[in-house]
Design a protein around this ligand. Structure first.
Ligand code: BEZ
Ligand code: FE
Length: 285
């Protein structure tokens, strides 16, 4: 009879060890740690729910379709991370701030770089015939002192609930996008539209999953902001429209109470609406 060397082969009981023991000494320590913990949790999940062969086939097919529908403009894996609450969890872990500092929320897939700077007060809406909204406030530090030279990068959907990049043949480039720099008083103001709630792209596998789970795909109306200033923690956030019906069921879990703000109707003004919000930045140097 052939003598076989004694090897600990893969079994259900020692599945985690069987995989993690293969990692070589030359592997990057952080990568090895992250992958070993991933295998640990993944195997625990498979054992917990006793995944059937058919279910595993469906899961692989779902991931295949998620990859196949993704391209430079369509980022289905980010959507998957968003609707599973993972994007917000990573955001929370990486943006712990002292009380009083403006809170972060999810970036989303519709931010773009390279939007030209506008003069303070400019109107970022390039489609006519819409009700405009004045956004205004001050960028301050945790002591309430104004921050000069803060960069404010803003973007929102249009009144039909689409970002310019979703409708390149319909909307003008950079519609509802702007970049502004504060002066000595730290103040900002610009005109846009009062944002509307909209569904995240739901014509792919993530949308199908939401439907199968009895979840709607909608986000409450919001204006996106990235506020950066030298020596301060950068804030990636939104302001949410008070009273929106989806505030308590945001498809991507982005809402925080401190980010909900009033949009008041303006009587006798050049805009129809006004929203005032001060951003408080935490000093890091
Ligand atoms: C957004 O707010 O633009 C967004 C965030 C997550 C998923 C889809 C859209
Ligand atoms: Fe958005």
């Amino acid at each position: 009879m052939t003598e076989h060397p004694k090897i600990d082969y893969f079994t259900e009981d020692r599945s985690v060890d069987a995989v993690t023991s293969r990692v070589g000494d030359e592997a990057d320590a952080r990568l090895a740690h992250v992958m070993n913990r991933l295998v640990h949790h993944l195997h625990a999940f498979v054992k917990d729910v006793e995944v059937s062969q058919d279910e595993w086939g469906l899961a692989i097919d779902f991931l295949n379709r998620t990859g196949q529908i993704s391209d430079d403009n369509r980022q289905e894996f980010i959507l998957l991370s968003d609707v599973l609450g993972v994007s917000m969890l990573v955001d929370a872990i990486n943006n712990r701030r002292p009380g009083g500092a403006t809170e972060n929320t999810v970036l989303g897939p519709f931010h773009i770089d390279g939007v030209p700077e506008s003069a303070m007060g400019a109107n970022i809406t390039k489609q006519g015939g819409v009700e405009t909204c004045l956004f205004e406030g001050t960028i301050i530090d945790l002591n309430g002192a104004p921050i000069e030279g803060a960069r404010i990068d803003v973007w929102s959907d249009n009144e039909d609930g689409y970002y310019d990049v979703q409708q390149p043949d319909i909307q003008p480039q950079h519609n509802n996008r702007g970049v502004f720099i504060t002066g000595t008083d730290g103040r900002y103001w610009f005109e846009g539209i009062k944002p509307v709630s909209y569904p995240i792209p739901d014509d792919g596998p993530v949308g199908q999953l939401l439907a199968q789970l009895g979840r709607h795909p909608n986000r409450p109306a919001h204006m996106h902001f990235i506020i950066s200033a030298e020596g301060y923690d950068r804030v990636t956030t939104h302001t949410f429209v008070e009273g929106d019906p989806y505030l308590q069921s945001d498809a991507v879990f982005g809402v925080k109470a401190s980010l909900i703000t009033g949009f008041e109707p303006v009587i006798d003004g050049s805009t129809k609406w006004r929203s005032t919000y001060d951003f408080r930045l935490h000093k890091i140097t």
